[in-house]
Design a protein around this ligand. Structure first.
Ligand SMILES: [Fe+2]
Ligand SMILES: [Fe+2]
Length: 181
């Protein structure tokens, strides 16, 4: 298994969360109520799993390695990916803010708007990485580079995520998928 396969598996988990956020937005739009716990859990997942774990593996390890092998970090795909990670953080920040407010028309609209913006950004971002950036990485990185990345990813798992965290998020996602079924 290549390190980018690990990242692609994480993309599939992130996409499930994007699906949940979309369903929640649809319900809010119809005037239905959403358990505020959903947004607390979603923000926690997006900050920790999507950003701290997944984006750290990309920014601090994969992109770094690609730059060492001559890919520009200033222009082109890496620069675009970094920019999109930043934009994603801004959407999560506003989602976090609205999730802590008492439910009102403004809160409802804010939750829908920031969720939709994040879902739209991240789903396109994931497509670009799966289809363009990761294949490019695997073309230019040699066996040694891949081994180093693999080790680095394991370290992120141990130090940043810690034991049992992935399982906890998987359970949370399953629970919300069932509730929205
Ligand atoms: Fe990314
Ligand atoms: Fe990614």
């Amino acid at each position: 298994m290549l390190p980018t396969d690990d990242l692609m598996n994480e993309h599939r988990v992130i996409e499930r969360m994007l699906g949940i956020l979309t369903k929640a937005s649809n319900r809010l739009e119809k005037g239905q109520d959403i358990d505020p716990g959903l947004y607390v859990g979603a923000v926690d997942f997006l900050k920790n799993f999507a950003d701290k774990c997944h984006h750290t593996k990309e920014e601090k390890l994969l992109f770094e390695k690609m730059m060492e092998r001559g890919v520009s970090g200033e222009v082109g795909p890496i620069a675009v990916m970094m920019r999109e990670h930043q934009d994603g953080r801004a959407h999560v920040k506003s989602l976090d803010k609205f999730s802590k407010e008492k439910m009102s028309k403004t809160t409802r609209e804010g939750l829908i708007k920031s969720s939709r913006a994040y879902v739209d950004l991240l789903s396109k971002h994931i497509q670009k990485e799966d289809n363009v950036l990761y294949p490019l990485a695997n073309q230019i990185l040699d066996k040694e580079d891949q081994k180093e990345l693999e080790k680095g990813f394991e370290e992120v798992e141990e130090k940043v995520m810690g034991p049992g965290v992935h399982e906890r998020y998987h359970r949370m996602i399953e629970e919300w998928e069932e509730r929205f079924d």
